[in-house]
Design a protein around this ligand. Structure first.
Ligand SMILES: *Cc1c(COP(=O)(O)O)cnc(C)c1O
Length: 323
């Protein structure tokens, strides 16, 4: 087996991120509820994509790349963080975004402009259209003597997901230092890399920890996660493939990706008013909203120790209304 440390990695964020107990929530529900603060990952407004980009951009650096291209919807946190991280490495960023969501200079679009990214919108519903265009651009840039690196939506390749295998390991180390052992870790599923990485991390480092995914889009994430886990397993050259036994995903799509409902808004306000922690409208707000509903319905055992991953997304708060 290869170790995570065998892969090239460039230091972009500030790790480990804090592991913080939510005292008021824990008391209210008779559990030990912790937040893993990846919203404090230390680049721009923080968020989960930094861990993935530490592996992806290290690979880009190794290839001698001067331009990074990626995609997402208009308010993509991943796109914004790619621009921020690429800046640290002196690379130019081209964001080839879907013309979906809030394209005006609000939220992450303000940040993309501040960060100096080249921004293009494509009026398509299919990422495959954008990937074709990316390949064309890479070829054009090569003719002009540039070398480009293409990052798919969310940075959710097996290599990017290694960031969340490492996050799981880091979290278990923090738990050990606190003298606690989690029963469960809960994370949001958007393009799937974060959750697949956490599941793989649990397989490798603590198979008794359950890993729950809260999906905020309606893609078939059980299959996507299983496939990514296979790819993570081969990247790590494991003796046996990683199975799909620990995949457990619940869906909170509501009115659609990027559209929070009233229950989601209430959940964001609840956590802010109980604990002073602000979630986001697209990912963590919807994921936490479902987690909160499950807590209220008694889905978890008394005295369980549960860690919710705050994966960031602050930019969205300033672009998307929270009903
Ligand atoms: C991208 C994102 C997620 C989902 O992560 P994936 O690896 O794409 O599944 C969750 N929360 C926030 C804030 C994000 O930006």
């Amino acid at each position: 087996m290869k170790q995570i440390n065998d892969f090239p990695r460039v230091q972009l964020g500030i790790f480990p991120t804090p592991l913080q107990k939510l005292e008021n929530l824990s008391r209210e529900f008779g559990k030990n509820i912790y937040l893993k603060r990846d919203d404090m990952s230390g680049v721009a407004l923080g968020g989960n994509k930094v861990r993935k980009l530490e592996f992806l951009l290290a690979e880009a650096q190794k290839q001698g790349v001067d331009t990074v291209m990626t995609t997402g919807q208009a308010q993509s946190n991943h796109a914004m963080l790619t621009a921020a991280c690429a800046n640290k490495l002196g690379m130019h960023t081209i964001l080839m975004l879907k013309k979906r969501g809030v394209t005006d200079p609000k939220g992450n679009q303000i940040l993309n402009r501040i960060l100096g990214a080249e921004i293009e919108f494509y009026d398509t519903d299919k990422y495959s259209d954008i990937y074709e265009e990316m390949a064309r651009r890479t070829a054009d840039l090569a003719q002009q003597g540039h070398k480009a690196y293409e990052i798919p939506v969310g940075g959710s390749t097996a290599l990017g997901a290694l960031g969340y295998v490492e996050c799981f390991r880091e979290t278990m180390e923090q738990c050990a230092a606190l003298g606690i052992h989690p029963d469960r870790m809960v994370g949001v599923v958007g393009s799937g890399g974060t959750y697949a990485g956490l599941c793989a991390g649990a397989d490798l480092f603590a198979p008794d920890v359950k890993v729950t995914g809260m999906a905020v889009d309606d893609d078939p994430f059980e299959q996507i996660t299983a496939q990514l886990k296979l790819e993570i397993g081969s990247l790590l050259e494991l003796d046996r493939p990683l199975g799909n036994e620990n995949i457990e995903i619940y869906y909170n799509c509501g009115a659609g990706y990027g559209v929070p409902g009233p229950e989601d808004g209430a959940a964001v306000r609840y956590l802010a008013q109980q604990e002073g922690v602000v979630l986001d409208p697209v990912y963590t707000g919807k994921g936490f909203s479902l987690f909160l509903r499950m807590l209220r319905e008694g889905a978890f055992a008394q005295d369980d120790t549960i860690i919710f991953l705050h994966s960031g997304g602050a930019g969205g708060l300033f672009a998307i209304d929270l009903p």
